[in-house]
Design a protein around this ligand. Structure first.
Ligand code: FES
Ligand code: FES
Length: 184
């Protein structure tokens, strides 16, 4: 049994502690927003925040995550209102979207320590691979997210037209509140 905090909830995961954190999150916690790309640390699709640092969850075992504070894309914001999420949509820096969760995590980590990054700083801190080639829009989106975070600009948090907010707020078992004690 491995105890850790995922998206602000304490969880205990009963699988082999040597399992990569990526698969513990996806298979045991049903947090499938974190993607499997290469499995060997090259692509960044699997990035999650570990104590605030963007790390590749395919390279960390569940045992190494014991006691750590993990944030996945589902926990970055409950309503997609994080500045990075808003700016990625607003700048249309998403094509197939497979790389997007890892990029959002890397960008959020960067902006938390440097809210006004240069293009070079973004390229260094967000090394994620995107097979669709959204890189130029990505730089614009991350710099715009920084302006939003610094309150120099606002972007509507509303879901894109045609998406029902109820559908957008997809519930997954790991994010539901723990049941209240029965009192028996
Ligand atoms: S799946 Fe982890 S870096 Fe590619
Ligand atoms: S948007 Fe398709 S891989 Fe990046």
């Amino acid at each position: 049994m491995t105890a850790l905090t995922v998206n602000e909830r304490p969880v205990r995961i009963e699988i082999d502690p040597q399992t990569p954190l990526l698969w513990a999150l996806r298979d045991a916690a049903n947090l499938t927003g974190t993607k499997y790309g290469c499995g060997v640390g090259d692509c960044g699709a699997c990035m999650v925040l570990v104590d605030g640092e963007a790390l590749r969850s395919c390279l960390i075992t569940l045992a190494e995550a014991e006691g750590r504070y993990i944030t996945t894309i589902e926990g970055l914001s409950r309503d997609r209102s994080h500045p990075v999420q808003q700016a990625l949509v607003a700048e249309q820096a998403i094509q197939c979207g497979y790389c997007t969760p890892g990029i959002a995590i890397a960008a959020a980590s960067l902006l938390a320590r440097n809210p006004a990054p240069s293009e070079d700083e973004i390229k260094q801190a967000v090394p994620n691979l995107c097979r669709c080639g959204v890189y130029p829009r990505l730089v614009r989106a991350i710099q715009r997210a920084g302006r939003v975070a610094r309150r120099q600009e606002r972007i509507s948090a509303a879901p894109a037209p045609g998406i029902d907010p109820a559908d957008a707020a997809v519930a997954v078992p790991a994010m539901r509140p723990a049941p209240a004690p029965s009192g028996d």
